[in-house]
Design a protein around this ligand. Structure first.
Ligand SMILES: Nc1ncnc2c1ncn2[C@@H]1O[C@H](COP(=O)(O)OP(=O)(O)OP(=O)(O)O)[C@@H](O)[C@H]1O
Ligand SMILES: [Mg+2]
Length: 310
């Protein structure tokens, strides 16, 4: 069953005095399956937040349709089904982490008897139990992101939508958020999150969709997209003469010389093997030989290349 489905979703904004139309979304189709982590990726201004606002019922689409489960996005029941972390979350700075979560629990109509316990469990889950009584204005960026996540989970939602949950975090903070997202999937929840950092998605997502200028340019299961394909082979050789170095550079797609060490990156295994033979024949030494895996970034760069290149 789809947790989120969109068909031809489009949104234009009229902005400025001359009411020029900005086409933020130009017809996107998404299929997010239940229990998956779905990465919604794209550069700044691609339309990620616009799509998320439509999914969470904050704004209406100009065209197309979207469903949360079997419910149309604008319906109140669909909103009740999801937890949401907005981009650059606005916090009530003078509330403590606990008060902030409790407020959201009250807004969701969770009875008083259950509230304290539920909030406490969430604060433990996001690692804020020790700072629960501290006002949010004293929180670091990472702690803010985590209290925002706790807030998104207050209603025990089956679907969690997070807009840029890792933005502005240092590597440790990013890992904490990644681990939290993985934990949500383990509990059987569906997580849909946006990011402009492809590497964040590559580590945890089942499926991704990459949008550029309001259009999906790449979508599918990461395993299929990157599918064990070896991106290339990187060979580091030592003790080879200039002539051989020049020959191998011509066959390589990238080469770097550093003192006696020469690094070559070959596109295919065949070329790499030939190069290996040549180095051995010439009495050189192989310092290392490693396959370079194709990354989501390579794929997106390929897909965004001008049509004539394909
Ligand atoms: N309310 C609005 N009025 C006019 N234009 C808007 C409005 N909201 C968004 N846009 C425009 O729509 C486009 C997509 O914006 P959106 O915020 O969805 O991008 P994004 O992918 O979330 O970017 P970021 O990574 O910077 O958060 C941008 O060109 C933006 O300027
Ligand atoms: Mg955004």
């Amino acid at each position: 069953m789809s947790a989120i489905r969109t068909r031809g979703l489009a949104k234009s904004f009229r902005s400025g005095l001359r009411a020029r139309s900005v086409h933020a979304l130009r017809g996107i189709d998404l299929d997010v399956q239940e229990g998956e982590i779905f990465g919604f990726l794209g550069p700044n201004g691609a339309g990620k937040t616009t799509a998320i606002k439509i999914l969470t019922g904050l704004i209406r689409a100009s065209a197309g349709e979207a469903w949360i489960g079997e419910l149309p996005v604008a319906s109140p029941e669909s909103r009740r089904r999801l937890g949401f972390l907005p981009e650059g979350t606005f916090f009530h700075e003078y509330l403590t982490g606990r008060e902030f979560c409790d407020m959201h629990a009250r807004l969701l109509g969770i009875p008083r008897a259950e509230r304290a316990d539920r909030v406490q469990q969430l604060l433990i889950r996001v690692g804020l139990e020790k700072s629960a009584a501290v006002q949010i204005r004293h929180y670091s960026k990472g702690m803010r992101q985590r209290v925002g996540l706790a807030q998104a989970l207050v209603g025990d939602p089956a679907l969690v939508i997070l807009d840029e949950p890792m933005s502005g975090l240092d590597p440790v903070g990013r890992r904490e958020v990644r681990d939290l997202i993985l934990g949500l999937r383990e509990q059987g929840r569906t997580v849909f999150f946006s990011s402009h950092v492809l590497a964040d998605a590559e580590m945890i997502c089942d499926q991704v969709a990459v949008i550029v200028a309001g259009r999906v340019v790449e979508a599918g299961y990461l395993a299929d997209l990157l599918g064990g394909q070896v991106g290339g082979v990187e060979l580091v050789a030592e003790g080879i003469g200039e002539e051989l170095s020049a020959e191998l550079s011509r066959a390589a797609r990238r080469s770097v010389a550093q003192g006696a060490r020469h690094l070559f990156e070959f596109s295919g295994e065949d070329t790499a093997e030939k190069a290996l033979d040549r180095v051995r024949e010439a009495g050189g030494r192989i310092a290392s030989l490693v396959p370079t895996r194709r990354s989501l970034e390579d794929l997106v760069i390929e897909r965004s290349a001008p049509e004539t290149d394909r």
